[in-house]
Design a protein around this ligand. Structure first.
Ligand code: ARG
Length: 576
């Protein structure tokens, strides 16, 4: 596809021999207001070297480049050269790239032969998969798809929280108050009740904490009774988590969780010991990171039991040795930022610089409930499965009301209801805290998933209404760049084409910034611009050439909306 910015930079560089091409390219702007052109070049910086006033320079440049067939019009406005690209050139190139590319439009080979790990979801065994985990799951899944689209080799890891002192508490509680049938009937809710009860009772009787610690130590030593209970909790929990993953269409390549590293820690504890990084402090083992302003990291408790960060040290090194990753991305709440800073610093100090260089913590903000912050200990949680089921149920009601005879209502309600939750999640800038409100999630108007899905379905229905002959002609002529662009020169069509044209760049930016919401935003813009085009123009007209040109644009829009939704992990039904 034609790279307009680069073409323009090359044109300008002929007039500005003192500047590097890259420098010129960086100076080119995209004006907020399209009345100022599609691209603009500011001349302030040139005044010094050229010893002329910026508006004069802008005027001279405008004069020299305006003959190029890249442009429809070039104007000097104050210190700027404002460039209006040839609508035909842009349209031809964009439509043909999109129609030719199909599902591949927007993808590239940027990441060829490099491996990226995305670690996401990572819920804790025997604890609910709550709405707080949806952020990690959904953001991680989207980052996986985004990086994959850029040609990286991908590894998806679910770093299950299947180890740690909480299992001592859980086993302790189960033995005291538990009952096998209840656990089998409703594993996670039941185990959560025990866990909550443990904390209530331990406040009255602190010796319970000691008992739990003792049980965990036995588990670490591999005592069969403890291991058996732990394994049972893990299996039952995974069954529950899988229900949610199936609903969301999410998969993992590895479920190597914390327990996987239990036998890999001694090697690194020895390295820490030998290098003198690890110190004794009140019977425990620590690494002092005060100099780095990161406090002290506890590596081993005084009773000899291992710690979260120690398992993470082993995990990072294991991943480097196993996958030789280019990036190892952790999608984990911002509450754990200090933990990851400590982790990466310790890896560096241990001499694993290359490993540390590739590690990235992608943090995200907290989810609050309207009643306050979520807390597993106090049993104040919203279960993700309930959220998804409720969203599907509500969607079914809306469809049944709007369109009583709708076919496949179950399938569509699932795609739209779950899509609404996922899209909502990815609409927020990830770092911001937000409050989970049913009304916003299930709002089907405005800047939501259902709105984009509906626009996609509208494109599909236009393609059908235009008929097989026109649609295939539009496809063929769109591909070869031979539709009549005079019919696509209106404002809405031109703005829409510009958005479709920049879509591949948005994918790259989303990857660089680990921010799927850039894609969400971009496809909302496309949907809005398309709907403006739909309302401004008569698409299914009598004039065959006009209809063909417009249908080619509808086809291109449909492709990009579908591809964009797929990168978010949202389905695009053809009818709603
Ligand atoms: N299981 C943890 C939690 O739910 C998240 C794990 C994050 N990943 C890691 N490598 N530490 O809070």
């Amino acid at each position: 596809m034609l790279d307009f910015k680069k073409e323009i930079a090359e044109l300008l560089s002929k007039e500005l021999p003192d500047l590097y091409l890259e420098e010129i390219k960086e100076m080119i702007e995209v004006p907020q207001d399209s009345k100022m052109g599609d691209y603009a070049f500011p001349c302030f910086k040139l005044a010094k070297t050229l010893r002329k006033a910026p508006p004069i320079i802008a005027g001279e440049i405008a004069e020299k480049i305006k003959g190029s067939d890249l442009f429809e019009k070039v104007e000097q406005v104050n210190a700027y050269v404002n460039m209006f690209v040839s609508k035909e050139k842009l349209g031809k190139d964009t439509l043909s790239a999109i129609i030719e590319g199909g599902e591949k439009y927007g993808t590239s080979e940027l990441g060829k032969d490099r491996t990226v790990i995305v670690e996401y979801s990572s819920p804790n065994i025997a604890k609910p998969f709550h709405i707080g985990h949806i952020r990690s799951t959904v953001i991680g899944n989207s980052l996986y798809k985004i990086y994959q689209a850029l040609g990286f080799d991908m590894v998806r890891i679910n770093h299950l929280g299947d180890y740690g002192t909480q299992f001592g508490k859980m086993i302790c509680a189960y033995r005291r108050w538990g009952n096998k049938e209840d656990v089998e009937k409703e594993p996670i809710k039941t185990l959560l009740d025990y866990y909550t009860k443990f904390h209530v009772e331990a406040e009255k009787d602190p010796t319970l904490e000691d008992e739990a610690r003792e049980i965990f130590a036995k588990l670490e030593r591999g005592e069969p009774e403890e291991v058996e209970l732990w394994q049972w909790f893990r299996d039952e929990s995974l069954k529950e988590f899988s229900k949610v993953y199936d609903m969301l269409g999410i998969e993992f390549d590895s479920y190597a969780g914390e327990s996987f590293y239990s036998d890999k820690m001694p090697r690194h504890e020895k390295e820490l010991e030998d290098s003198g990084l690890m110190q004794e402090s009140q019977g425990a083992k620590i690494v002092d990171l005060e100099e780095e302003g990161l406090g002290v990291a506890l590596i081993k408790k005084s009773d000899g039991s291992s710690i979260y960060i120690t398992r993470d040290i082993a995990a990072a090194i294991y991943r480097k040795e196993t996958y030789d990753f280019y990036k190892n991305i952790y999608v984990v709440a911002s509450q754990q930022s200090l933990h990851f800073q400590q982790l990466f610093t310790i890896l560096r100090k241990m001499g694993y610089e290359e490993c540390a260089d590739g590690c990235v913590h992608v943090p995200f903000g907290l989810v609050r409930l309207e009643e306050g912050t979520m807390s597993t200990r106090h049993g104040r949680v919203v279960f993700l499965e309930d959220v998804l089921n409720k969203a599907v149920e509500k969607t079914r009601e809306i469809i049944a009301e709007k369109n009583p005879g709708a076919e496949n209502i179950d399938e569509i309600a699932a795609q739209v209801g779950i899509g609404a939750v996922v899209f909502n999640e990815l609409s927020n800038n990830r770092i911001k805290d937000y409050t989970f409100k049913w009304d916003t999630v299930l709002n089907f108007d405005g800047e939501t998933g259902p709105y984009v899905q509906y626009t996609h379905a509208r494109c599909c229905s236009l393609l059908k209404r235009a008929g097989e002959d026109v649609s295939s002609k539009a496809e063929a002529l769109g591909k070869s760049g031979d539709v009549d662009f005079n019919y696509l020169s209106g404002d809405a069509a031109h703005e829409l084409i510009k958005l479709l044209y920049t879509y591949p760049d948005v994918i790259v930016q989303a990857a660089e910034r680990y921010e799927p919401s850039l894609i969400t935003r971009h496809i909302i813009d496309i949907a809005q611009e398309f709907n403006r085009f739909y309302h401004d123009e008569h698409i299914i007209t009598e004039n065959e050439d006009e209809k063909t040109a417009k249908i080619a644009l509808v086809l291109a829009t449909r492709n990009v909306l579908r591809n964009g939704l797929a990168l978010l992990g949202v389905a695009s039904p053809e009818r709603m």
